[in-house]
Ligand binder design. Structure first.
Ligand code: FBP
Length: 567
């Protein structure tokens, strides 16, 4: 066997040159976690910042234990006063879609808990927590997963823990494994699970009447779990947007080279357009749609299409029969006529759940169309089958429309082609469609995500050793050393309609059209549409000149003096 064959055999289990090198990468760490050069848990004190939403009164009544304990007050790290507990048994799980850096949350958590405590991994997300599928994590496991992408170490799922039987399953898992704390690494819906678990497990779980602590970590490539300066961004966003930006940058470089295609690119990110906005800031395509602006300006589908078609014609006049249109994954939910249809449809699907079971999509459509308001039934009938089928598809267990399955980019291509032809039949309009989604979620974390998640893990572990429950960890001041924080989960809950009824969930942060990041984009987009001023951010760098760059939208929105993070 040749040397190269032997090397390739050995590399099969995540041992490529790159993977072995990134395992040794030094992770920037906030100074507050060092005491005389030794990694040490921090204590927390009140920051004097209470959190509320429009529904705080109702939430306070539904979460009496958690609210009495936290008073909905934000906590800030206090290195001077730590008296960390020992002997704790902590379980950690991933929940929802993967995001780069999850493994480093576990690495940070493991290292701050130290050998005086035990860390258990929960396999396959919330479902595994209910079933009690846990194992003890070792130092060797951490050496293998540190700085690697994905959630493959534990796996994940999207189970919403809501029935009495499910809560009883979790309680039995806590008893069976003698748990003191559970860490939920997840997005807005998963941290809603964490808030509910913190309340349910607050006391009376163990024989001595004590409870089990629950702490969350803010994960999601969507970037929709962010709270101003207090939680500047969820982890995974930086890696995903840099991967997408490299791909979009490459396509942008191709368009004036081959000079013949319009690329319509749907880009992942669920309801909010943070991902699309960040990628636009990094690459400058001719057209970027921002769902929140569409809703705010009440733009109809026809108006959106008309404006894309006019850009196509404008560029053709300058001999640019090519370009890129970026489309946020959740656009369809924000187009006013579609928003109204979807609300009606969601309610009818929930009402008719039993009647729909076992029917084909065609039969389901017939049944539902008869129940929709006449204007919505008419709109449904006007949509192509490839859209209708996906609008009818089952919602996820949290009640979300599965927007990743809806080919909005195809719909826009078809409608724009018709509109360009109607406005000027002489214009050449050749198109290609893409969906950039899953390829961005599991790449190796950028240096920002690797550092951010490791420090989140240190924060989560410190919170547990300080006896806290019902909080989500955060790091603020990303450009100035990083300040670990804990935000009360109950302070983030509001009431939303899901599965046809009202539920308390964490509010999704949408793009604000008044934000500096959006305002910058809005000022520049006409120039990007008119010319060829695209740019390629290149591949992600873990070493080298661009390695410390954080998301541009975060730096703009937080008014940081630098685009580089500093821990
Ligand atoms: P989370 O909200 O759980 O982080 O998931 C993010 C996401 O990647 C969305 O951007 C996307 O719409 C969705 O997951 C796709 O879900 P699935 O993995 O179930 O196909």
């Amino acid at each position: 066997m040749s040397t190269i064959s032997r090397f390739l055999d050995q590399a099969e289990h995540c041992q490529s040159l790159f993977e072995n090198a990134i395992r040794k990468l030094e992770i920037p760490t906030c100074q507050v976690f060092f005491n005389q050069g030794v990694l040490t848990p921090v204590a927390f004190k009140e920051a004097g910042i209470p959190l509320t939403t429009k529904d705080t009164a109702a939430v306070n009544a539904a979460f009496p234990n958690s609210v009495a304990a936290s008073q909905n007050q934000t906590l800030v790290a206090d290195a001077s006063n730590a008296k960390p507990a020992t002997g704790k048994r902590v379980a950690v799980l991933f929940s929802g879609g993967p995001a780069a850096g999850g493994h480093n949350v576990i690495a940070g958590l493991f290292r701050i808990l130290g050998s005086a405590n035990a860390l258990l991994g929960v396999k396959a997300g919330p479902k595994g927590l209910i079933q009690g599928d846990l194992f003890e994590i070792s130092a060797a496991n951490i050496d293998q997963i540190v700085n690697t992408g994905g959630f493959d170490f534990l796996g994940s799922d999207r189970t919403k823990i809501k029935s009495d039987a499910q809560f009883e399953g979790v309680r039995q898992t806590c008893i069976k494994h003698n748990l003191d704390a559970i860490v939920v690494i997840g997005g807005d819906d998963s941290n809603t699970n964490a808030a509910v678990l913190a309340e349910k497990l607050y006391s009376g779980v163990k024989a001595d009447g004590s409870g089990v602590q629950v702490i969350g970590a803010p994960k999601t490539i969507d970037g929709d779990l962010q709270i101003g300066d207090l939680l500047p961004i969820s982890f995974g966003f930086d890696t995903a947007t840099k991967i997408y930006a490299e791909m979009v940058g490459n396509i942008l470089q191709d368009t004036p080279s081959s000079r013949k295609y319009w690329h319509f690119i749907k880009i992942m990110g669920r309801a909010a357009s943070h991902v699309a906005l960040e990628v636009a800031l990094q690459t400058k395509p001719a057209v970027t749609l921002i769902s929140e602006e569409v809703a705010e300006k009440q733009l109809s589908l026809a108006e959106i299409v008309d404006s894309i078609a006019k850009t196509v014609i404008q560029r053709a006049a300058g001999d640019m029969n090519y370009g890129v249109v970026l489309i946020p994954e959740g656009l369809i939910e924000f187009i006013p006529e579609m928003t109204a249809l979807l609300q009606d449809l969601n309610d009818k699907l929930a009402e008719c759940k039993d009647e729909l079971a076992g029917k084909t999509i065609a039969q389901q459509c017939e049944l539902i169309n008869g129940k929709l308001k006449p204007e919505h039934a008419k709109l449904m009938a006007s949509l192509p089958d490839y859209i209708v089928d996906m609008l009818m598809a089952e919602r996820d267990s949290h009640g979300n429309l599965q927007v990743s399955l809806i080919p909005t980019e195809r719909l826009l291509i078809d409608m724009t082609a018709a509109r360009v032809k109607a406005l000027d039949a002489s214009v050449k309009f050749h198109t290609l469609n893409h969906f950039f989604g899953y390829e961005g979620r599991c790449g190796a974390p950028t240096l920002f995500d690797a550092a951010y998640t490791y420090n989140l893990g240190l924060t989560v572990g410190s919170l547990i050793l300080a006896g806290k429950t019902g909080f989500i960890a955060s790091i603020k001041d990303l450009d100035q050393g990083g300040t670990p924080l804990a935000l009360p989960l109950t302070g983030l809950l509001n009431i939303e309609r899901r599965h046809g009824h009202d539920e308390m969930v964490i509010e999704k942060a949408l793009v604000k059209t008044s934000s500096p990041a959006f305002q910058y984009f809005a000022q520049r987009r006409a120039a990007w549409a008119a010319g060829d001023c695209f740019c390629s951010p290149g591949p992600r760098q873990l070493w080298g000149p661009a390695s410390r760059q954080m998301p541009l939208s975060v730096a703009l929105n937080r008014d940081y003096a630098s685009m580089e993070f500093e821990f």
